[in-house]
Design a protein around this ligand. Sequence first.
Ligand code: UT7
Length: 332
Amino acid sequence: MNAAITGVGAYVPEDILTNDELSKMVDTSDEWIMTRIGIKTRHILKGEGQGTSVMGEGAVRELLEKTNTSADEVDALICATVTPDHQFPATANIISDKAGIRNAFSFDINAGCSGFLYSLEAGSKLISSGQYKKVVVVGADKMSSITDYTDRATCPIFGDAAGAVMLEPSEDENGIQDSMLQSDGVGRKHLHQKAGGSVKPASHETVDKREHFIYQEGQQVFKWAVSKMADVSVEMMKKHNIEAEDLDWLVPHQANMRIIEATAKRMGIKKEQVMINIQKYGNTTAATLPLCLYEWEKDLKPGNNIILATFGAGFTWGSMYLRWSYDGSKIK
Ligand code: UT7
């Protein structure tokens, strides 16, 4: 039994941080950011006590409304995030509580920027087991909470957002067809958060050394991302005999416009076949893929061939091939 995505919701915080504003905070420019990364603006969640679950709740509430689902019908909720509200309990538990989901079990998945894809895989297997009928998969990150706004190498990249999809058993041959997921922990040295975990709990020293922020060796991550995301997407096309012109959409993780372009080039597809909104939102980590599906929902038709592709901290990467299940133009 295939699982199918039957609805999409999202939450994007109102406040916008522009390249011009960033240029007043660190030594950078709109020109550098646009040329090297391709981001114009990113949204930031502001306000005391506002964490990732606030955005997750917003996305889930919209999803339930759009899919006409009562909270009681949800069997499970999975939240992909690297910026949980707390070390524990899971942000998924908090989102479920806030959204009134009481008859479900919920848990978080941490797989860096690949978290949403990993969670979609986990959720789809819950559906295909036959035991669960409605699984909500959330990708949510408040990256501004771990971004160092004195570090010009990382602060232009990240933004805050959440997206959520409903998974249900597919009624036809559409839905999730296949996935290829991988990880390699050797990549951890190039992209991580140094303190705050069990290896180096928070202390005055870790705060003074600014070790609670994202640490990234950009060039290393870039090299890996370009090759792994493209390799796994090309492999998926070959495995399912998908010619470039047969692919309706590539939905790539939005980390850098140059990585997206390189992936599309390797797949032999045109830019018009690629969902790209990095210029508006930046890299929202676990939220990039559902946020793309949300923005393009109106254009999606049953049977559309879609490949999702991702790369992130871990390192983690993967691709998923799905055939879209409903007419997005009919959704209000
Ligand atoms: O989602 C998780 C996965 N993450 C990624 O996929 C990110 C992958 N990496 C990247 O996207 C890119 O490596 C970055 C966008 C992070 C950096 O771009 P880059 O083209 O690799 O730049 P670089 O780090 O090689 O730096 C080039 C130059 C350096 O100056 P020098 O040494 O050549 O004088 C940097 O100091 O650009 C400088 N630089 C900046 N200049 C202006 C670095 N950041 C900035 C900045 N503004 N914001």
